[in-house]
Write a protein that binds this ligand. Structure first.
Ligand SMILES: [Zn+2]
Length: 429
């Protein structure tokens, strides 16, 4: 069943900028948000259907749609008896004019801050990527230097997409580590050496546009839920592995963040409680010490050293990377296949635990797990289904992200679009 954010909007805890609004402006923003959601999710849609979905009066709908038409955000798109005749046309009456969002009426930018790169994407209102930029991080990876680079990449990407800065509804930043989305502060990111970095303030000052900040894997989960493979499910888990391993959860169309915004640190769940390898978090035996990209390559390298001349050994001699391990496995190297099989087993076990805890409709994998899905997915799936409690694993759909390596930038842009469609932060309307 489809999640129905439109109908739950008035009942769910509203963002602070909506709670303040018993003022006319606040009510208008709330109504506009409901209409934008209906257009995003169900458009093209008639004004009558909009009223039914949102519970707003016909007059309110008419006035707000007129505003949106004048701003060039929506357009009229034929009559319902031309395009959607039949059961949607309840009873006799005048044909209804359909209204739809114009995808490129506005755009959003996403900044994905990885461990050594910065990736920037500009998308349309439906999360479709229009331009993409990637750069190595500067030697000085302080928040000021790194975000100055991000601001330059945003300008480049905007120029390529033919958009101006005023068209930007907002900028989303997906950062690693613990991030407070209320304050836009990256509280702790060990891989970047950041502590209490005021990401939102710095980037808003540099760009003059509203900025939304959240954890990078959580942002990817949001993108899957809004525009990707999680669009039609109620409960979604997204798991990502590169340098670290993280998860993002979407329940009923809303990100689940946890009390201290720490939900999703699946990479630091203890898998080997005794004599496990030390983890960069200070604990030992974490999932990350078994299935991160670096660990897979490290284990493969150790095996290759024991078997000089093997396919794996030759592949790693050309390039010490996860792609070399995948290449050797695809050529049938037993050591490479064994390392990936172990990785898939540990991930599958973790997903069985996750299924028992969360009972999701769908789990989507990204990063290493997506790049090596042909080699690992069957074992991951078999392990998850077998180990989950009472057949819960049988009902979970397991899939791989369709956004590929650009999922980080698209995810970050989804943060800005989420703010535009649901919170109405920083818009002129
Ligand atoms: Zn750890």
């Amino acid at each position: 069943m489809k999640p129905d954010r439109a109908l739950s909007l008035p009942d769910s805890a509203p963002p602070a900028n909506l709670r303040r609004g018993r003022s006319i402006t606040g009510v208008k923003e709330h109504n506009l948000q409901a209409i934008l959601f209906a257009l995003l999710r169900y458009g093209p849609i008639s004004r009558v259907d909009m009223a039914q979905l949102t519970g707003l009066s016909a007059t309110t709908i008419t006035n707000l749609v007129t505003d949106l038409l004048e701003q060039g955000i929506v357009e009229e798109a034929g009559k319902i008896d031309d395009e959607r005749a039949g059961d949607r046309r309840r009873g006799a009456g005048r044909p209804r004019t359909l209204v739809r969002l114009i995808p490129d009426a506005r755009c959003a930018a996403g900044v994905h801050i990885g461990v050594d790169t910065v990736r920037v994407g500009v998308t349309d209102l439906f999360g479709e990527l229009q331009a993409y930029r990637m750069a190595q991080q500067p030697e000085d990876a302080s928040p000021e230097c790194l975000l100055a680079l991000a601001a330059e990449l945003i300008e480049d990407a905007l120029a390529e997409s033919g958009k101006c800065r005023d068209c930007l509804v907002g900028i989303g930043v997906g950062a690693s580590g613990l991030t407070d989305p209320r304050t836009g502060v990256n509280v702790l990111a060990p891989s970047l050496g950041w502590r209490d970095a005021p990401v939102r303030d710095i980037l808003e000052r540099l760009t003059g546009r509203p900025v939304t900040v959240d954890n990078n894997v959580r942002a990817m989960a949001l993108a899957e839920s809004m525009f990707g493979g999680g669009r039609d499910v109620n409960t979604l888990a997204f798991i990502y592995s590169r340098v670290g391993v993280g998860a993002g959860f979407v329940v009923g169309g809303q990100l689940y963040r946890g009390t201290q915004y720490g939900a999703g640190e699946i990479g630091h769940t203890t898998v080997v409680p005794v004599a496990g390898k030390p983890c960069r978090c200070g604990n030992s035996g974490c999932l990350e010490t078994l299935v991160s990209e670096g660990e897979i390559v490290r284990q493969a390298t150790l095996l290759a050293e024991c078997r000089p001349g093997s396919i794996l050994s030759r592949a790693l001699a050309r390039e010490t990377s996860i792609d070399a391990v995948f290449e050797a496995a695809r050529s049938g190297d037993p050591d490479a296949l064994g390392v990936l099989d172990d990785c898939a087993f540990h991930l599958g076990t973790t997903l069985a635990n996750l299924t028992n805890l969360m009972n999701p409709d769908k789990i989507i994998l990204g990063g290493v797990f997506a790049a090596g899905a042909d080699l690992m997915l069957p074992r991951v799936e078999e392990t998850m289904r077998r180990r989950a409690f009472a057949g819960l694993g049988e009902r979970v759909t397991l899939a791989v992200t369709t956004f590929g390596r650009k999922v980080g930038a698209i995810g970050a842009a989804a943060l800005a679009l989420d703010a535009f469609f649901y919170n109405r932060q920083g818009t002129d309307a």
